[in-house]
Structure formats: C-alpha cells, structure tokens
Design a protein around this ligand. Structure first.
Ligand code: ADP
Ligand code: ZN
Length: 724
C-alpha cells in the first residue's frame, strides 16, 4: 500500500484508538492535517498522524472509507504532535483527549469570515414578562450567540429568540478575521536596574539564539520579574516569533493586559474559558496562522497550534492551579517545559517562591537560575510579624487580634489600604444546630455545606450543590437554632464593618471576581482609592500591584497546615509570602501581621525571620529523606463509582494485583478523604516509586490487564498535587 492510499487518523473520541481511512477525494492530506472522518453514520473531527508511530486495527484496503473533508487551516505541526503523544503517555491519558485541547470547536475550523451574534437594541418589547425582563437586565451590554446570552441571563434559548422576534435583541455580523494589532517591542522599554539588566540580557540572548533553554527567574515580589521577562518577549517579537505567557488565574489576565499594553502599545491576545465563541475562533485562527504574536492565557493555551512559537513564560510558576484536576490531569508548568524542549525554544518559569521541584532542577543545573534579590526602586520587603493568638487573642466570637485591629486603624488614619487574607469563601465553613448538634453536610459529598450570606445560601464547594438556609433544624425541628462555626471572608467583612463602620471594604473571592471584567473593576476601584480594606482568598495573593496597600493581615496562618499533605508547609510558605508581597510595593513601607496559634512552627518562624533559604533547605531535606517528589515519584489511583460496592471491589482488585516491582510500593486501597464526591464513592491507592522507575509503564501494564464494571471510573493522577 502506498502512503497515499491509507492514512491514519486520531479521531476526537477517547474511546477509540487510531483509525485508518482513505484520503479525501478533494484534498491532499499529510500528518497534522485536520480532517472530518466518517464513523458509522457520524462525522468526527480528527487529525492525520504518522502511521508508523501508532498501531491501528488492521483493515483491508478495500473496506477503508474515504475521509470526508480536510479543513483549510494549517496542519498541527510535528513538535505539537510529539507533545500530544508525550502528554498522553506521561499522564496515562487517551491521545484523543489530549488532541482535543489543540483544536477549537469545529465551527472555528470552517472558513467562514463572519459569525452572527446578538445584542440588545435598547428597544422595549411590546409584551414584557419576568423572564424577558431578567434576560434584558442580565445581558445588558453583552454580545454573543443565542446560547451564550441564554446562559448569561439564566433563561432558555427560547426567551432570547422571542426577544429577537420582538426586536429587543438584534443580530450583528462579527468578523472573525479581523487582524490583531502587533505589539511593538520598542514602544516603552523600561530603564532596567543592574540586576534586572543582567537577567534580561541573558534571556534576550537565549531567545535570539533559539534552542531549548529552561530558566528559573527567581525574584522577590516586586523585584520586576515581569519587566524582565517582557524583555525576552520583546526579543521574540523582534525575531518575528510568537510568545506564550501562561498565567495561573483568569482573574489575573486583566491587570496583565493593561501592563502589557503600557509596555508594548497594544494588548496581547487573551485565551481563557471566558471567551465568547467568536473570540475563541478568531484567536485560534490567529494563533494557528501566526498573526497572534503574544498570547496570554490559562493553562489550556499551552496546547494551541502556534505557527512559530519562540518563547514560553510561566508566570507565578509555583501556583498549584497549573495542575489540571479533571479530564487529562496534567501540570501545565511541566508540560510547558516539555513543549519548549520539543519546539527547541527558551522557557522562563517566573516566581518569587519557586516550587521545590523547580529549585531542585536549578540546583541540578538543568534550569538556569536568574535571581532578582531586591525590590525595584526604593520599595523594600515588608516587615513580617507573628501575632500569637494565645497571648493576644481576639475577643470572643471575633477573629482579628487587638494588635492587628490597631494596625488597621493606623493604616486607615494614614489613608492607606489594608488587605486581610483568609483562604475561605463564604461566611462560615460549618453550620450546626445548637439544640441537637446536627451538622449540615452535602448530600453528594463528604463535605460541610458552607454558608454564603451574600447570596443567602448554603453551598457545597466541591459539587456546587446549594440550598436556602433553613429556618428550623431538619433533625430536631428547633427554630432559630442554627449557628455558624468558624469564619469565612464574609464573616471577617462583618467584623471589619463593626470595627470600622466608615471604612469601604471589598470582598475578593471567586464568588465576587468571576470574570476578567470584574477583576478590572476591582483593580480600578483599588487604584482610585475607593476601597480601604480588602478581604480576600488566595485570589488576592498574586499578581496585583497596589502602591498604597501597606498592611496585610493573615487571619489564620495555621489553616493551610492542617491538611497535612506532602506540600502543606511549602504551600503555606508560598501563600503567605505571596500575600505579604502585596504590602508596601510603592514608596511606603509595608507591614504584615500573621495570626497563628503556633508562632514557633518552622513555616511561621521562617516567614518572620525572612529565612526562605533555611526553610526550603529543611523542606528539601525532609523530602529527600522520605524519597518524596522530586526525589521520588508518586501516582494516585482514584477509583470511583456511584455504587459503593463496585468502587470498593474494584479498588481491592487493583490493590490485590499490584505487581511487585523493585523500588516501588503501593499503598491502599483506602477510602479517599473525600470519600464521596458528586455522588460517587471514592477509593484511593498511592504508588510510590524511585525516580528512575518508569512508573507509568508499570501502571499501564497493571491496569491494562484488569476489567471492572462500566459504572466504575479509574483515574490515574501522575505527580499528584491533591490527595483528597
Ligand atoms: P514582580 O513581577 O517581580 O512582582 P513587577 O514586575 O510587578 O515585579 O514590578 C514591581 C513594580 O515595579 C511594577 O509596578 C513595575 O512596573 C515596577 N518596575 C519594576 N522594574 C522596573 C523598571 N526597571 N523601571 C520601572 N518600573 C519598574
Ligand atoms: Zn457536594
């Protein structure tokens, strides 16, 4: 058989392996071509692959069906095809699931230049209903497909279509071919400090030279890491190549866009889950054609088919949100390094608190470490003090110690801003009945229902289950007997309001900042001085730069340590360092108060004394002694089913058949700490192996031989970050 008469295709269906087809009648295809393949009566999008790299079922030539169509878009290039293979292999995921991340929806693949979207005309419909009213109110200035507007307004598609008929919403034609403006590397380059210049020079050279070059850009908060990696971006732009900047959180995109455009004269192309379909389509096509020169995005932007990528930056590289926890469970930081290797380009991991994994790579000489030891300009690092909650306790039923309250008072006196950090959304993490002790638990999960007063609901933070707060206890029927236990940010906001009735406060969590537009609004209010005290979760710990923010209070520094997983201490250290880094970024000195019951705990002691190196050294030693990552390897196996018995039996079967392999141990099965999640019972096993062992191969072989009921899901989490 000649190459032209048979092509191998990965179709976007993770239950299917590679399939063979005949080429389409009207077009030539090569590896990487994006095609439409017939499957029974269905049509699936797929990508042509090198036949020699993937085995497929043998099908006689005369039984092969022809591909229906090849899209007129650039093929998926070889380095990205290798990345797809590597990711599937390393994370034990189906090729099709990884491949899907490189492609947009099929509508973006066809050649149409325009899309019809809808927006409100301002016209009032002749017949108004509550649903129509709600729809018009909620979509306000929005524009999008009927489906998108319906989702935004929380009404059915029919309501939107009705409003179109009534003339209150009209169609607009949107071009998806409008070119993106090109950032200008010479627009507003900064005067770099000496340390910044040294780092920037090295990065520019690496970009100009090309070739794989991983960097760890390790600089304290406010040292100008962003300014420095912008110089690498500028160099890539001068070379006419594309850049990708990965950010951990969509909420960070908006301030980043502003900052980028101050440096380069125009915004970069953003890629995140909040894009409308037409924006997504325009961005994807520009990325594939090479017209999108700088892309800033969440982790999913890592798999896009850049035509000529010259640089990847992973900002806040220590963030655990780079780890994807559903579907393909990959770590975007690690995949970014692999993509850079396959594309033969530099990659910069930027962080003020690099992960032990990354530091280790630097120490081993694999990553080149660039240090920025001081804050830029006259800003200095804030003073961190521990507040001993036993010696200096808050009054009963309150959470802020007198010394922190006094510091807030002084800050407000000086017209400066304060930030209180507590990594707990809502009002109270637990609600119980004073009469009978009943606790409100999620019916679908092993988790308490969290009270949210702002929306008057109890909510499960794992599955999203919500209920109105009942007036009486469902167990004992006692009325008004329910009491909130412990604080969330809303409760701290109440306390602040009682203490400082004139202060203007803002709560910053994923409940209040759920879109880039909301983030922009918050940043605007902070910059304008319209907020005195911010009360926020981890969402405020990173990225933001508010020169007038001079006080940070960490409400409960012990919270992160209670989980007790492998990285608990490291994560606490990072989180508190990061939130501390929000204080005193301008000319004014910053102060940080860390409330704790254990001021002597190593994490707290290291933060107070500023001895990051000592802390990291001790943590690294402990990991080395226990052969934990990065000195050893872990993989979680999570077995889940709605049927408790099936989950338990399958987990036992997996445990029983664990191969005995040198330098590998299997722990469990045992019920997961989150024993039930979204109505599924969960069991976990943990595989611990030496670094030299190809643990994926062992697991693939082991699980590949087993059968379990269709109702059971078995997920393998390679290099896990969650142990719940
Ligand atoms: P990091 O990313 O390390 O936290 P940033 O890049 O955000 O630090 O820099 C902190 C602040 O200092 C920002 O407002 C930035 O614009 C400013 N800055 C840093 N370096 C320079 C420079 N060389 N010239 C002018 N401003 C700078
Ligand atoms: Zn739940």
């Amino acid at each position: 058989m000649g190459a032209m008469s048979r092509v191998r295709v990965i179709v976007l269906n993770s239950a299917l392996g590679p399939l063979d087809y005949r080429p389409p009648k009207d077009a030539a295809v090569a590896p990487g071509s994006i095609v439409v393949a017939p499957l029974g009566p269905r049509q699936l999008v797929g990508v042509v692959w090198e036949a020699e790299r993937l085995p497929a079922e043998e099908v006689e030539a005369k039984r092969l069906r022809p591909l229906l169509h090849a899209y007129d878009v650039p093929p998926i290039a070889a380095p990205l095809r290798r990345l797809v293979e590597w990711t599937a292999d390393y994370y034990l995921a189906p090729l099709a699931s990884v491949l899907r991340m490189t492609l947009p929806s099929s509508s973006a693949l066809d050649g149409a230049r325009t899309v019809i979207e809808y927006r409100a005309t301002g016209e009032v419909p002749g017949r108004m209903t509550p649903q129509r009213e709600q729809a018009l109110e909620r979509i306000a200035g929005r524009q999008g497909l009927v489906r998108e507007l319906a989702l935004a307004a929380d009404v059915s598609d029919g309501v939107i279509r009705g409003l179109v008929k009534a003339g209150a919403i009209a169609a607009v034609e949107v071009s998806v071919e409008d070119p993106f403006p090109v950032p200008d590397p010479a627009y507003a380059p900064p005067d770099l400090s000496e340390a910044q210049d040294t780092a920037a020079t090295e990065l520019r050279a690496a970009v100009a030279d090309g070739g794989f070059a991983p960097f760890l850009l390790d600089g304290v908060t406010g040292s100008g890491k962003t300014e420095v990696y912008f110089e690498a971006v500028a160099e890539a732009l001068r070379q006419g190549r594309q850049c990708l900047v990965l950010l951990p959180e969509i909420a960070l995109t908006e301030p980043f866009l502003k900052r980028f455009s101050a440096r380069f004269g125009t915004e970069p192309v953003a890629w995140h889950s909040g894009l409308r379909q037409s924006q997504r389509r325009r961005a994807w096509r520009a990325i594939a054609s090479g017209d999108a020169r700088v892309v800033v995005g969440a982790r999913s932007s890592l798999f896009l088919p850049y035509r000529d990528l010259g640089l990847i930056v992973v900002d806040e590289a220590h963030e655990t949100s780079f780890k994807q926890e559903d579907g393909v469970q990959y770590h975007a930081r690690d995949v970014a390094v692999m993509r850079a290797k396959l594309e033969a380009i530099p990659v910069i991991l930027a962080s003020a608190t690099p992960a032990i994994e990354s530091r280790q790579m630097a120490e081993a000489g694999v990553y080149r470490e660039l240090k920025l030891p001081a804050r830029y300009g006259c800003a200095t690092l804030p003073d961190i003090a521990a507040v001993d909650l036993i010696a200096d306790p808050p009054p009963r039923g309150r959470w802020l110690a007198p010394s922190l309250v006094a510091a807030i008072d002084e800050t407000l006196e000086r017209d400066e801003q304060a930030l209180l950090f507590l990594n707990r959304r809502g009002y109270a993490p637990l609600t119980l009945c004073r009469a009978c002790g009943h606790r409100f638990q999620c019916p679908n999960c092993t988790a308490w229902m969290v009270e949210h007063r702002l929306t008057a609901r109890l909510a499960c933070h794992h599955c999203g289950h919500v209920m109105p707060p009942p007036r009486a206890c469902p167990e004992c029927n006692e009325e008004n007997s329910l009491v909130p236990c412990g604080p969330g940010v809303e409760r701290i906001a109440d306390e602040v309001a009682a203490l400082f009735p004139d202060a203007r406060t803002a709560i910053v969590t994923s409940d209040t900042i759920w879109s880039p537009a909301k983030a922009a609004e918050f940043v605007g209010r902070m910059e304008a001085g319209d907020i005195d005290i911010v009360i926020g979760t981890q969402l405020v710990t990173k990225g933001y730069h508010f020169p007038n923010l001079t006080l940070v209070g960490v409400v409960d520094a012990d919270l992160g340590l209670s989980g007790g997983d492998l990285r608990a201490a490291e994560r606490s250290f990072q989180q508190i360092s990061q939130v501390s880094g929000r204080a005193g970024r301008g000319e004014k000195l910053g102060r940080v108060f860390v409330q704790t019951h254990e001021p002597k705990a190593p994490v707290i002691a290291a933060l107070v004394s500023g001895d990051a190196e000592g802390f990291y050294a001790a943590e690294t030693e402990a990991r080395r002694d226990a052969a934990m990552p990065p000195f050893g390897r872990l993989a979680g196996i999570i077995v889940s089913s709605e049927d408790l018995n099936a989950a338990t039996e399958t987990a036992r079967l997996i445990g029983r058949t664990a191969p005995s392999v040198d330098q590998m141990a299997v722990f469990g099965p045992a019920p997961a700490p989150l024993a039930m999640l979204r109505g599924r019972h969960r069991q976990r096993l943990l595989v611990h192996a030496a670094r030299s062992l190809d643990v994926q191969d062992v697991i693939r072989d082991w699980l590949g031989k087993l059968d379990w009921p269709r109702t059971v899901r078995v997920a393998v989490d390679v290099d896990p970050y969650s142990f719940l």
